[in-house]
Design a protein around this ligand. Structure first.
Ligand SMILES: *[C@@H]1O[C@H](CO)[C@@H](O)[C@H](O)[C@H]1NC(C)=O
Ligand SMILES: *[C@@H]1O[C@H](CO)[C@@H](O)[C@H](O)[C@H]1NC(C)=O
Ligand SMILES: *[C@@H]1O[C@H](CO)[C@@H](O)[C@H](O)[C@H]1NC(C)=O
Ligand SMILES: *[C@@H]1O[C@H](CO)[C@@H](O)[C@H](O)[C@H]1NC(C)=O
Ligand SMILES: *[C@@H]1O[C@H](CO)[C@@H](O)[C@H](O)[C@H]1NC(C)=O
Ligand SMILES: *[C@@H]1O[C@H](CO)[C@@H](O)[C@H](O)[C@H]1NC(C)=O
Ligand SMILES: *[C@@H]1O[C@H](CO)[C@@H](O)[C@H](O)[C@H]1NC(C)=O
Ligand SMILES: *[C@@H]1O[C@H](CO)[C@@H](O)[C@H](O)[C@H]1NC(C)=O
Ligand SMILES: *[C@@H]1O[C@H](CO)[C@@H](O)[C@H](O)[C@H]1NC(C)=O
Ligand SMILES: *[C@@H]1O[C@H](CO)[C@@H](O)[C@H](O)[C@H]1NC(C)=O
Length: 569
């Protein structure tokens, strides 16, 4: 599928890595493979600019890499059910490519990552500089359902990730632990470095390798941040540090992101991050703080694309294990879970809060449709947009407030973005209080399409834009994407991001942006665009998205490819 801009995306179930010849992963024989899964992307809850699977249940993004103009995404997938497969959470169901090698029962492919071995360090790639290696967890279960060992394995691809060969000397990291998983590999200097979770011992193991086959333990990053009940999906990425005013790169640091679940502060799943230095074997933090990637609760297990220069780009699983397997898209439309939009990250020192990772929305320009409203001086007024005629039902909204005399802001000084259904009276509310701690809030409690005690109504974050010094004409900014059942907001240019699932009983069709009691002199500009549906462009006359066969297609055809199912030639 096509994502914003030049973000071409090819997707496949992470069976890919394991579907290599000879891989011995167990699969339910009922799982359809070999042909793309046809799907209906027209349901009222189906996101139109976010990735969601054709049918069934999706969870963690996996194996994300960028090569020759294409962003590749794999994911944990159960195409035959609306929850994680069988009795295991996080179970991946896929099918090995080579039926000649009998699948091994009760062994599954769990999350992992992909690197491009441009210099043939692995020796897998004679005569090519675009060899691809997947590094992932093989999780074994015992006959009684108890967990067996989780080990790390590799598979390699000669065709940029469309087909894989299973390495015949796996595992590359052996283990007796049943909670040792989710390897993420980067290139550091002349070596490869891996972070991997000792999930229930609350440690991130750091390993190094010259060739992706021989791995040596180097250090442990232990007991940091929120433990929850286990650590999962660690990532490590090099990130530029930018001056907050000029945007110039002034330094570089590393970031470890670490997902924890269950037991998040808001319930269920959460992702935290740590800023620090990494010398190839050891990670040391710049301070003792724990920071969260998202202020709401529907963004988990995000991964950074391998091979992106400059500001790293990531995508997360836009859900929460507290209700991922109950959300109404399953019974109503036959699918569950979407990925977040791609986010572009850098580090900066924000006023007052200091070190922070900024997550900007990936440039939405290429998916913008008609401009629905544009006002440069709204003041204490409002802008109302009836978007019932927008086929995608998806909007991009920007609002800026500048020239705020902070001393004159009161507890009534507010600017709100409200998305309503006139048919049902439901509304998703969000907005900014400009006085005091400047909280931005999102309230999904006014929607009635999903009743679940863990589906928390309200989220907020304090955006402390004012540093008490020279910043007198402080600016406040929000960018928001509403995509049927998913709302993503970026506050302060991405200083804070919130990912919020929402389930109205009737489609939301009326946007109101309104401000009141702004300090004199405050200027408000608002712009609203319809978003173009990615899926509509792929659908046939019946509205069915057929997808593509899982062979490598010519570059020209790849723009509109949706890869599903088996991942082999
Ligand atoms: C696709 O789903 C929509 C909404 O659920 C439904 O109205 C439509 O008939 C479906 N289309 C096909 C081809 O099944
Ligand atoms: C490959 O080798 C070249 C030349 O030594 C080096 O500049 C480059 O960084 C290497 N690439 C990777 C991914 O290691
Ligand atoms: C890649 O490595 C293998 C094994 O060392 C070697 O046989 C092959 O010649 C190498 N290819 C290149 C292009 O270096
Ligand atoms: C991995 O460890 C297990 C348990 O110690 C052992 O039985 C197995 O032979 C090891 N596998 C390899 C490839 O070393
Ligand atoms: C790293 O942490 C894991 C999990 O606690 C532990 O099993 C392992 O022994 C540690 N490694 C070393 C060398 O301390
Ligand atoms: C990396 O940092 C560790 C801990 O400070 C240190 O022991 C090690 O020597 C460093 N390695 C390099 C290559 O500097
Ligand atoms: C924004 O919403 C809050 C919370 O409901 C409300 O108190 C405030 O008056 C609203 N402001 C505007 C401009 O609608
Ligand atoms: C908004 O209204 C308040 C009082 O109602 C007024 O003092 C203020 O000047 C107005 N702000 C703007 C930007 O017009
Ligand atoms: C908001 O401010 C940003 C940054 O200055 C600018 O790029 C954007 O066009 C503004 N949007 C609106 C609606 O004024
Ligand atoms: C992939 O699918 C799209 C939409 O279904 C279609 O336009 C395109 O021709 C297909 N490409 C290939 C190589 O099958």
């Amino acid at each position: 599928m096509q994502f914003p801009g030049s973000l071409l995306l090819s997707v496949a179930a992470f069976a890919g890595a394991a579907a290599a010849q000879g891989v011995s992963t167990y699969v339910n024989p009922a799982v359809p493979t070999g042909t793309p899964i046809a799907a209906n992307y027209t349901g009222p809850l189906r996101p139109q600019v976010h990735y969601s699977p054709p049918k069934g249940f999706m969870n963690d993004p996996n194996g994300m890499f960028y090569l020759n103009g294409v962003f590749h995404l794999y994911y944990q997938y159960n195409p035959t059910g609306l929850g994680a497969g069988n009795q295991q959470r996080r179970l991946h169901v896929g099918e090995p490519a080579d039926r000649a090698v009998p699948p091994e029962e009760r062994q599954y492919v769990f999350s992992g990552s992909v690197v491009v071995d441009a210099n043939n360090t692995s020796g897998f790639f004679p005569n090519q500089n675009n060899g691809v290696v997947a590094v992932f967890t093989l999780a074994r279960y015992n006959a009684d359902g108890s967990g067996g060992p989780q080990t790390q394995a590799i598979a390699y691809s000669h065709d940029e990730g469309y087909t894989f060969q299973y390495y015949d000397q796996n595992p590359v990291i052996n283990s007796t632990s049943s909670h040792f998983r989710d390897p993420k590999v980067i290139r550091h200097g002349d070596a490869w470095a891996m972070v991997v979770a000792y999930a229930q011992e609350f440690a991130v193991g750091i390993f190094t390798s010259p060739d992706l086959k021989q791995w040596t333990w180097a250090s442990n990053f232990t007991n940091h941040g929120l433990l929850g009940a286990q650590y999962e999906c660690p990532n490590i990425v090099k990130m530029p540090v930018r001056d907050r005013d000029s945007g110039a790169v002034v330094d570089e640091k590393y970031v470890i992101t670490l997902s924890a679940q269950p037991g998040a502060p808001l319930g269920g799943s959460v992702t935290q991050y740590f800023i620090g230095d990494f010398n190839g074997t050891h990670f040391s933090t710049v301070d003792a703080a724990t920071r969260l990637t998202d202020f709401a609760k529907d963004n988990y297990a995000a991964q950074f694309f391998y091979g992106v220069e400059g500001n790293p780009i990531s995508m997360g699983w836009a859900s929460n294990w507290q209700y991922a397997q109950q959300v109404p898209t399953g019974n109503n439309e036959g699918w569950r879970s979407a990925m977040t939009l791609p986010r572009v990250s850098y580090l900066t020192k924000a006023p007052r809060i200091g070190w922070t990772m900024v997550d900007e929305i990936y440039d939405p320009e290429p998916i913008l449709g008609d401009s629905l409203a544009s006002k440069t001086d709204m003041g204490n007024g409002s802008v109302t947009v009836d978007y019932a005629d927008v086929a995608s039902g998806a909007l991009y909204v920007e609002a800026n407030v500048t020239g705020i005399d902070v001393a004159k802001a009161t507890s009534f000084s507010t600017l709100n973005l409200t998305f309503a259904s006139p048919a049902s009276g439901e509304a998703l509310r969000s907005g900014f209080y400009l006085g005091g701690d400047n909280p931005f809030f999102v309230d999904r409690g006014g929607l009635r399409g999903f009743d679940n005690v863990f589906f928390t109504d309200k989220f907020s974050v304090a955006d402390v834009y004012y540093d008490g010094a020279a910043d007198k004409s402080a600016a406040w900014r929000v960018q928001a994407v509403l995509d049927r059942s998913l709302y993503e907001v970026f506050v302060g240019g991405g200083r804070h991001a919130g990912t919020v699932l929402l389930y109205p009983s009737q489609p939301l069709t009326l946007l109101t942006v309104a401000a009141r009691d702004l300090p004199p002199g405050a200027k408000v500009s608002v712009a609203v665009w319809a978003l173009k549906s990615t899926w509509a462009g792929l659908a046939d006359e019946q509205g069915t998205v057929v997808g593509n066969v899982t062979a490598k297609a010519p570059a020209a055809a790849r723009r509109h490819m949706v890869y599903e199912g088996e991942f082999s030639a």
